[in-house]
Design a protein around this ligand. Structure first.
Ligand SMILES: Cc1cc2nc3c(=O)[nH]c(=O)nc-3n(C[C@H](O)[C@H](O)[C@H](O)COP(=O)(O)OP(=O)(O)OC[C@H]3O[C@@H](n4cnc5c(N)ncnc54)[C@H](O)[C@@H]3O)c2cc1C
Length: 301
């Protein structure tokens, strides 16, 4: 990246807020991905707005990243600037049964806060490894709950339109989708509304969900969670298992034998391995059952 861009990004986010030629494998749960030209970690909304404005004025491609837990990053990396909203933009405020949290907070941390305050309704999110911003974008959900059930609104930044608050209905939350996913909006924070609960019941629920995940999901390997969306009327994992693809391997990528809905990185997997494996799975399931699997994981680069 040219020296003047380096200097400009440093001047916006400070030397500790910018990395160059940064391997994306270190920022994705799949542990896959080549270097991003620049990787910036804004500390606040002002820095975020400035860095986006800078990229857009200079026609530098940009990609908004959370904790990278739903991402397949290209082996070639990313020719542009990855902007990460994570630990630097976390934190929350509580008002009774309502919590407003910044987009970079991890769902696990937010769920721990809820449990400490004896607030119930957010237990479903405790084992989802992403940030609140990523969860709103994907309308993340598990075990019968989803972001849509608890959200009271989101604060978003849209280049050219500035910052505004969106009501739940304006977020257009659906199965693993939202208005954010299909526009250039960036989630800065979101409110959730919960209920007073019994601390023991909340702890028991958290333990039960943790056990359900560890016993059924291949958490011992890097992955990006469920590779495919749930096709209407089916379960992706079951279709893949019935197609006898459990353990199917391409390079370092494998269909998990523990849960066929997960593609795992057995060591040294590349994005090319994962893409080839996904293509084979999609074709085989289509040929066998006439059902087209759609990717849930998002591509970077
Ligand atoms: C082991 C494992 C288990 C999982 N289990 C579940 C599960 O049970 N349920 C579930 O729903 N998901 C699950 N996931 C997938 C993933 O954790 C969720 O999709 C999560 O919401 C992604 O959050 P993230 O911060 O990692 O976002 P990223 O993966 O970094 O990004 C995901 C998308 O959101 C966008 N994005 C991220 N932050 C923002 C922001 N602030 N503003 C605008 N756009 C943004 C990105 O551009 C990208 O398009 C799992 C993943 C793993 C690895």
């Amino acid at each position: 990246m040219v020296e003047s861009i380096r200097k400009d990004l440093f001047s916006i986010c400070g030397e500790r807020g910018v990395l160059f030629d940064e391997p994306l494998s270190g920022h994705t749960s799949f542990r896959i991905g080549g270097p991003a030209d620049a990787f910036v970690m804004p500390r606040d909304e002002e820095q975020l707005e400035k860095v986006i404005d800078y990229c857009d004025r200079n026609e530098i491609p940009r990609f908004l990243l959370g904790n990278g837990t739903n991402i397949l990053a290209a082996d070639e990396g990313y020719r542009g600037t990855v902007i990460q909203i994570f630990k630097n933009m976390a934190g929350f405020e509580q008002n009774g049964t309502e919590i407003y949290a910044r987009a970079g907070i991890l769902l696990s941390a937010l769920s721990a806060v809820c449990a400490e305050q004896a607030l119930t309704g957010f237990e479903f999110a405790s084992g989802i490894p992403g940030t609140l911003g990523g969860a709103v974008t994907m309308n993340a959900g598990a075990y019968g709950g989803e972001i849509k059930d608890v959200i009271t609104g989101a604060r978003v930044f849209e280049p050219g339109r500035g910052i505004r608050d969106l009501k739940p209905e304006e977020l257009m939350l659906g199965y693993r989708t939202s208005v954010i996913k299909h526009t250039d909006m960036i989630v800065l924070g979101a409110g959730i509304r919960l209920e007073h609960g019994d601390p023991e019941k909340i702890s028991a629920k958290l333990a039960e969900l943790k056990e359900a995940r560890t016993s059924k999901q291949p958490l011992e390997y890097p992955s990006a969670g469920s590779t495919f969306k749930r096709p209407e009327g089916y379960f992706a994992g079951k279709l893949i298992m019935d197609a006898e693809l459990a353990g199917y391997t391409v390079g370092g990528a494998q269909v998990s034998e523990k849960h066929c809905g997960f593609v795992i990185n057995r060591g040294g997997a590349t994005a090319a391995d994962v893409n080839a494996l996904i293509a084979h799975v999609v074709k085989t399931v289509e040929d066998r059952f006439g059902v087209t699997l759609e990717r849930e994981i998002r591509s970077l680069g």
